[in-house]
Design a protein around this ligand. Sequence first.
Ligand SMILES: [Zn+2]
Length: 237
Amino acid sequence: MQKFGLIISLAFLFEASSLMAQSPEPINKSTQEQVREIVRHVLESNDEFVKKLPQDYFKELIHGQKPIATMVTCADSRLHTHALDIHPDGDLFLVRNIGNQVSTAEGSIEYGVRHLHTPVLFIIGHSSCGAVEAAMSRPAHLEPSIWRELDTIKVTGNKSDDHLQVKESVESNVNHQVSTALKKYATEVETGHLTIIGGVYDFRNDYSQGSGRLVLINVNGETDLAKIRKMPIVNFK
Ligand SMILES: [Zn+2]
């Protein structure tokens, strides 16, 4: 009952409020107050989202999904769908984990590729990836459950404070995950039913194309950027 009362009062609070969503400010507040601010942020963001939409927006979502792509990304909070798809609802079958790994998310990816039949599987890493850095520096204090995932990440160096080595390891990992997926979905790729694309969401501007750009680095195992740029599926000029 207490929980029900809380939900009602929160619902009343947000019905009555038209405040813009604000980021939580975890400074000098008790944990309870921080949690309250976080819950408020999420509910207000949801409220703002719902109010912007036309009344019939959800009708077509009720009957099922037909996503345009399966997308594996890092769970990192700096990499979000709005950076890759402005209207992601119904578009992306999204699978997220630390370091955008394939082998620990096989079931979810399989569902997107073989049951929802998305014609594209994206695998998206990002600049300054903490999972890649941890796989490079191998800190001793991490739990076995985290190691099970980090051990599927392929890196090329061990200096996690060297930005160039991190960039190369992020690329190496994306290429490794694409290669893992290519082995599993060889038939779909060979018959043209699936294209596997690896990319890096570059908010550090490592590729000098501007911060926040998605840089495609692998298409069905092709990693030569000059050749990729000439491929009709990615050439829009
Ligand atoms: Zn990451």
